[in-house]
Ligand binder design. Structure first.
Ligand SMILES: [Zn+2]
Ligand SMILES: [Zn+2]
Length: 143
């Protein structure tokens, strides 16, 4: 989770206060929050920041590769850990969870060998039921 942290600390020195607050908020959680949630977190540090500023910075930071932008099923979710890793999204409670396994490093090379594309990044999101929702579903079925 904290891979590449020294690098991001170094980078933080040159960030605007807005970006630094956004990155701090994102790095303090593992929940992959949406823009609304990030806005609420950042507001505690920078009370005068607007939703538009948070949203614009999130988009720019994702485009620059500083953070990850993930498809949260109609809603965008953001990740302070920009190193490629695999995700799971629960279709029931919408939790976005990091999978405890190494991403398939070769996948990028394979695609690059098979095609002429120059791959910059990729996104893998497994979907299904998280352990808690699975348990709730089971209880509902047996009740
Ligand atoms: Zn769930
Ligand atoms: Zn993640």
């Amino acid at each position: 989770m904290s891979a590449g942290k020294p690098e991001s600390q170094k980078k933080k020195k040159y960030l605007t206060p807005q970006r630094r607050a956004i990155l701090n908020a994102l790095e303090s959680v593992v929940t992959h929050p949406s823009a609304d949630v990030i806005y609420e977190m950042v507001r505690k540090e920078l009370p005068i920041i607007s939703m538009g500023t948070v949203y614009r910075n999130l988009e720019q930071m994702a485009t620059e590769g500083m953070i990850l932008r993930l498809d949260g099923g109609g809603q965008k979710r953001y990740d302070g850990n920009s190193t490629p890793h695999l995700h799971f999204r629960c279709l029931c409670c919408n939790a976005m969870i990091d999978l405890p396994m190494n991403p398939h490093d070769d996948i990028q090379k394979i695609v690059q060998t098979l095609t002429d594309f120059e791959i910059k990044s990729y996104e893998v999101i497994f979907t299904g039921l998280c352990p808690e929702c699975k348990l709730t579903k089971k209880k509902e079925q047996t009740a």
